[in-house]
Design a protein around this ligand. Structure first.
Ligand SMILES: NC(=O)c1ccc[n+]([C@@H]2O[C@H](COP(=O)([O-])OP(=O)(O)OC[C@H]3O[C@@H](n4cnc5c(N)ncnc54)[C@H](OP(=O)(O)O)[C@@H]3O)[C@@H](O)[C@H]2O)c1
Length: 246
């Protein structure tokens, strides 16, 4: 039997990149996957691909920066499936140079990358706690430990604090909380970066692995751990390297 057979999973940001690849991975492991993002056509394409491969998926267009739409997503999934076993908080956006961003942009980044994650998690938590079963996996970034872009890093540091704190609060409840921190991955978000970046499948595989064997935190690719170590112990060196790279 597939490892995630009979599991219901929600993947946010499933219309492209890491979320899309994660939806395929979870479906291949037997999970029924609810696909949430704003672009309905892209979600329907992912849904059809999963169905063509013999899996089960349902597209629910959702703007995760809108609290009302988050509650509607949780309600629709509860009515259709009665439970959620796996939540992958993946949807996210980049920011831009802080001195140039508007107040609206700050609000939008924080709503999408942080508030939306908290609200969807909170909406699904009572059901998970009641059944004493569930796994919440959030996609942060290496930028949640090495601050470079201040607004983006603020949202991802926030997500990391939320995930690690929630993990401790939910100890012994049967609900697992995990964090995935990718380095640069080849997706629409990194379209203007040169170099040979790894594809989103490596993150998707790590997420599927966490859904089966939950862990506190995973950095992908693993060599980014070395950069995180340098940031922690020699932050001045990182300041120097970044200033030289500008
Ligand atoms: N690529 C990297 O190098 C990298 C590195 C570290 C972390 N990450 C993180 O990985 C996650 C996925 O990013 P990606 O690289 O796969 O980029 P991507 O292809 O641009 O995917 C972003 C996803 O988020 C969704 N999204 C954005 N705003 C949304 C909103 N308001 N409501 C619902 N969905 C929304 C997008 O869907 P719609 O546009 O259809 O709404 C899309 O599916 C993000 O959280 C990102 O911060 C990426």
């Amino acid at each position: 039997m597939a490892s995630l057979a009979n599991k219901i999973a929600i993947v946010t940001g499933a219309s492209s990149g890491i979320g899309e690849a994660t939806a395929y991975q979870l479906a291949q492991q037997g999970a029924t996957v609810v696909l949430a993002a704003r672009r309905i056509e892209a979600l329907q394409t992912v849904q059809q691909t999963i169905q063509a491969q013999g899996g089960t998926a349902l597209a629910i267009p959702t703007d995760l920066s809108d609290p009302g739409q988050i509650l509607a997503l949780a309600q629709q999934v509860a009515e259709k499936y009665g439970q959620v076993d796996i939540l992958v908080n993946n949807a996210g956006i980049g920011s831009g140079k802080f001195s140039e961003v508007t107040c609206e942009k700050i609000d939008h980044v924080i709503r999408t990358n942080l508030l939306g994650v908290m609200l969807l998690t909170q909406a699904l938590l009572p059901g998970m706690l009641e059944r004493r079963q569930g796994t919440i996996i959030s996609v942060a970034s290496v930028a949640s430990q090495i601050a470079i872009d201040s607004l983006y890093s603020a949202s991802k540091f926030g997500m990391r604090g939320f995930s690690l704190g929630l993990r401790r609060q939910l100890r012994n409840t049967g609900v697992e909380v995990c964090l995935v921190s990718p380095g640069f991955i080849r997706t629409a978000m990194t379209a203007n970066r040169s170099g040979n970046l790894p594809g989103p499948e490596i993150v998707a595989r790590a997420i599927a692995q966490l859904a089966i064997h939950p862990r506190r935190e995973v950095v992908i690719p693993r060599y980014y751990q070395a950069f995180i170590w340098v940031e922690q112990w020699l932050p001045g060196l990182v300041d120097f390297v970044i200033s030289r790279a500008k």
